[in-house]
Design a protein around this ligand. Structure first.
Ligand code: SF4
Length: 325
């Protein structure tokens, strides 16, 4: 039997945390908070590709630069990103000064779950939004490129997604999004999503927002946009195929060249070309629901011997229903 290779891991370097988030009670843990040491890192698989340094709040470990040095020595090819709440601005900036000398390409993700008071309320820290924003700007100020805002979407901040999207654009920083979840390893709170309809609406909004930008491009450069779902002439479908294929090939070059900035740019280009194809086929209004249907079908698969299989609970995505009158 072929052995599974672990490529990506999350390392909680501490349980210590200076936040009081409503969706996590890791900060209530008081024993053995810094149990992980450099010696444990020597047991990491050497060929890891992606390592997320997490916590608690990783920057509260005074020896974080030493841990990064040990990770670099053990896993030289891994792309490393540190997730932080960004509340200890001075500590983050002084630690990063040392860390960037060890690993200049390292990334930092600062959590922001809403603007101003909303973020402070969710994270339980008065003035938390200002502190996290000061950290982001400070890291931008020292020329950090691999920087992002990490937004966690839950029932409690659905109204904040659009605002944070605009805020990230204003700062010129990319935003990544996760949906809140429960993890037995670190958190004991029940983070179930109760308002699924609203969450799906917000995800639709995000998809349509990007489609809208591509539509603007098509209109400016007179690329077809159809109002109704349709097949297109062969020369147009061949053209769309070439555009998508070229962007996928560019992505591969970026990934093989170990260039995260290029990878991010090419992924945006892939989305751009796929959204453009959706518009040329007039599928823009149906696509959020089709995507959701495909997602439901994918989630019905089973995991067996390191791969996804179509088990007894599997069902095919019913795409036909979207095209019936
Ligand atoms: S979610 Fe992160 S920042 Fe918030 S308490 Fe948990 S570990 Fe700390």
């Amino acid at each position: 039997m072929q052995k599974a290779r672990i490529k990506d891991i999350v390392i909680a370097v501490t349980y210590n945390c200076n936040s009081r988030c409503q969706m996590c009670n890791i900060w209530q843990k008081t024993d053995n908070i810094n149990a992980l040491g450099k010696d444990e890192l020597l047991n990491l698989p050497e060929n890891l590709e992606n390592i997320n340094i997490s916590g608690g709040e990783p920057f509260l470990r005074a020896d974080l630069p030493e841990l990064i040095k040990a990770i670099k020595a053990r896993c030289p090819k891994a792309k490393v990103i540190i997730s932080t709440n960004g509340f200890a601005t001075e500590t983050v900036l002084s630690q990063m000064e040392k860390i960037l000398k060890i690993m200049p390409e390292i990334g930092v993700a600062v959590s922001l779950d809403g603007l101003d008071g909303k973020h402070d309320e969710i994270r339980g820290i008065p003035g938390g939004f200002e502190k996290a924003t000061a950290t982001l700007k400070g890291l931008q100020g020292v020329g950090m490129k691999n920087l992002r805002i990490g937004f966690t979407l839950g029932d409690y901040n659905t109204e904040e997604l659009e605002k944070m999207y605009d805020f990230a654009n204003q700062l010129g920083i990319q935003m990544t999004m996760a949906v809140v979840h429960s993890s037995e390893n670190y958190f004991s709170k029940d983070n179930a999503i109760k308002n699924k309809e609203v969450i799906l609406e917000k995800l639709d909004w995000l998809m349509k927002k990007e489609l809208g930008m591509v539509q603007e491009f098509h209109e400016k450069f007179r690329v077809p946009v159809l109002d109704e779902p349709s097949l297109v002439p062969e020369d147009r479908s061949n053209n769309r195929y070439r555009l998508m294929r070229d962007e996928v090939e560019e992505y591969l070059k970026g990934a093989q060249g170990d260039d995260l900035e290029n990878v991010a740019k090419e992924l945006a280009d892939i989305l751009y070309s796929v959204y453009g194809t959706i518009l040329e086929h007039g599928l823009q209004d149906l696509m959020p629901e089709i995507f959701e249907e495909v997602h439901r079908s994918n989630m019905s698969k089973d995991y067996h011997q390191y791969k996804m299989v179509k088990g007894p609970g599997y069902f095919r995505a019913n795409i036909r229903r979207f095209f019936q009158p």
